[in-house]
Ligand binder design. Structure first.
Ligand code: CU
Length: 242
């Protein structure tokens, strides 16, 4: 009996672990086929909702089981003394391993999917526009390929992937675009990168996600996604002003 339980638990765990890479590789390709750009935003949004569903379903199941036990083993008269139920070895293993396996399977599944998305994300699309970023206490300083500079306002053309090559003048900052689900540290002595794909015209928040001193919470910027013509006109005008 013991051996059978042990074999069953091992098989269950192995199955979950083996399922992770298969499930993880299934999602994020669809966006890539449509646009030719492996934009991970949809995948991350999907993963976030999936995680909320997972913890809700598991939470409800565990709550129902707990409520049932509270009712089933309730005290029926004031002087009642409970007696301990002795579990068999098999029962003990089952109660300990099964919930752990369920939680671990979900953790591994989500971790596998995150890993796959992140690996895809580390490849910068070939036609990206490169903008240099130097962060400093407490501002974001951008330099465009033609030498134009801007502070705290990052203007980009719609429909072109943007890669930020980042360094820092002083301490560690973290360039964070919440709407694009991307964040990367910038630091002195090392160049890091981050890319995003601005699909629609609009404005988004830029913020620092690494505590970098007393004015950290003021280290905000705006990402302005512009129609291509307007962006080009703006860039030309700025260039003429240098
Ligand atoms: Cu900062």
């Amino acid at each position: 009996m013991r051996r059978r339980i042990r074999t069953a638990s091992t098989a269950l765990m192995t199955l979950f672990i083996l399922a992770v890479p298969v499930l993880a590789s299934s999602e994020h390709e669809s966006g890539y086929e449509k646009t030719g750009i492996a934009d991970p935003v949809e995948g991350w949004n999907h993963l976030w909702h999936e995680m909320l569903w997972d913890i809700t379903v598991m939470g409800v199941i565990f709550a129902l089981i707990t409520i049932y036990f509270m009712w089933r083993y309730r005290r029926r008269f004031p002087q009642q003394e409970g007696k301990q139920v002795k579990l068999t070895f098999a029962g003990m293993m089952l109660w300990a391993l099964l919930p752990a396996a369920i939680f671990m399977a979900d953790d591994l599944y989500l971790a596998g999917k995150t890993w796959a998305l992140y690996n895809t994300y580390r490849n910068v699309p070939e036609n990206s526009m490169e903008i240099k970023l130097e962060s400093a206490m407490w501002s974001w300083n951008f330099t465009y390929p033609n030498g134009v500079q801007a502070t705290n306002e990052l203007r980009v053309p719609v429909g072109k992937p943007i890669v930020m090559r980042m360094k820092s003048r002083d301490v560690i900052h973290s360039f964070y675009l919440p709407d694009f689900k991307v964040k990367e540290d910038s630091m002195p002595g090392r160049v890091t990168y981050l890319w995003f794909y601005p699909k629609e015209v609009g404005e988004h928040v830029i913020t620092c996600a690494e505590f970098c001193g007393v004015m950290h919470s003021n280290m905000r910027g705006t990402l302005i996604i512009m129609p291509v013509d307007e962006f080009n006109t703006w860039l030309e005008k700025e260039k003429a002003n240098i």
